[in-house]
Design a protein around this ligand. Structure first.
Ligand code: NAD
Length: 264
């Protein structure tokens, strides 16, 4: 049977280790025949990412720190040089000072607000613009968000504000690039134990709350996110753009804790 991503090439940004959501997405795409280029933030992470890239058959590794726009430009120049065009891009990047991922949102500093917004939100717009310039017809872009954008989650603070702006960016970028046949979507994942997830205070409590109170009574895995990403990045979702697709065991539809939780 033909593979869903046979003949498709794309860029994955945000693999830090084998717990990263971007790694779950990479595995799902590679299993369906996609050819991947993978970025790593710095040399320390590069050592971990290199063997992972080999596992999914990629020798196309590029260093990229989105705070340094020149390194973003270099990534897209390298893609153009080696492949000419790309079919998809995955942006699974987020950062905020962990000292501000606790306590009051109102205590967010101007410096951290700006840095969080640039890395976690605006970098997607900068990536999308460069990706669109070399993207083949039918191309698809994907970013990762969290339900703390819509509803208040303890300690998520400035990340929630950045994710709200990121989700709005998805809709504006979808409108920008739709006429060219390019699509832009986001997956809103439930909490997963990752490096970035661990930076949020009381992350364990959030995981346990989701497990007890989501309709499916479980948390999600990077493989769950990977298969939904495969749908959004493949032709299966060719009529879908500007969407925030929840992969959270249904937690977002609930309005109160389960009766089991309330009774215990
Ligand atoms: P992760 O720590 O594995 O990945 C975060 C990635 O962001 C890392 O690869 C890191 O190198 C990269 N990054 C941070 N600053 C960067 C910079 N300046 N330049 C380039 N790369 C940079 O954690 P993850 O949970 O897989 O996070 C991936 C995405 O998923 C993030 O946007 C995160 O907000 C989002 N998300 C995570 C969860 C969760 O519970 N883990 C839930 C919903 C959404």
């Amino acid at each position: 049977m033909a593979q869903l991503m046979q003949g498709k090439r794309g860029l994955i940004m945000g693999v830090a280790n084998n717990h990263s959501i971007a790694w779950g997405i990479s595995k799902a795409l590679a299993a369906e025949g996609a050819e991947l280029a993978i970025t790593y933030q710095g040399e320390a992470l590069g050592k971990r990412v290199k063997p992972l890239a080999a596992e999914v058959g990629s020798d196309f590794l590029l260093q990229c720190d989105v705070e340094d726009l020149a390194s973003v430009d270099q990534v897209f120049e390298a893609l153009k040089e080696r492949w000419g065009g790309i079919d998809f891009v995955v942006h699974a990047i987020g950062f905020s000072d962990k000292n501000e991922l606790k306590g009051l949102y109102a205590d967010t500093t101007r410096d951290n607000f700006t840095r969080t917004m640039v890395i976690s939100c605006f970098s997607f717009t900068e990536v999308a613009k460069r990706a669109a310039a070399i993207m083949n017809e039918g191309g698809s872009m994907l970013t990762l968000t969290y339900g703390g954008s819509m509803r208040v989650m303890p300690n998520y603070n400035v990340m929630g504000v950045a994710k709200a702006a990121l989700e709005a960016s998805v809709r504006y970028l979808a409108a920008d690039y739709g006429p060219r046949g390019l699509r832009v979507n986001a997956i809103s994942a439930g909490p997963i134990r990752t490096l970035a997830g661990a930076g949020i205070s009381d992350a364990r409590a959030m995981l346990s709350w989701q497990q007890k109170n989501s309709p499916m009574r479980r948390t999600v895995t990077i493989e769950d996110v990977g298969s939904s990403a495969l749908y959004l990045l493949s032709g299966l979702s060719r009529g879908v753009t500007g969407e925030i697709h929840y992969v959270d065991s249904g937690y977002n539809i609930t309005s109160m804790p389960t009766l089991e939780t309330l009774r215990n």
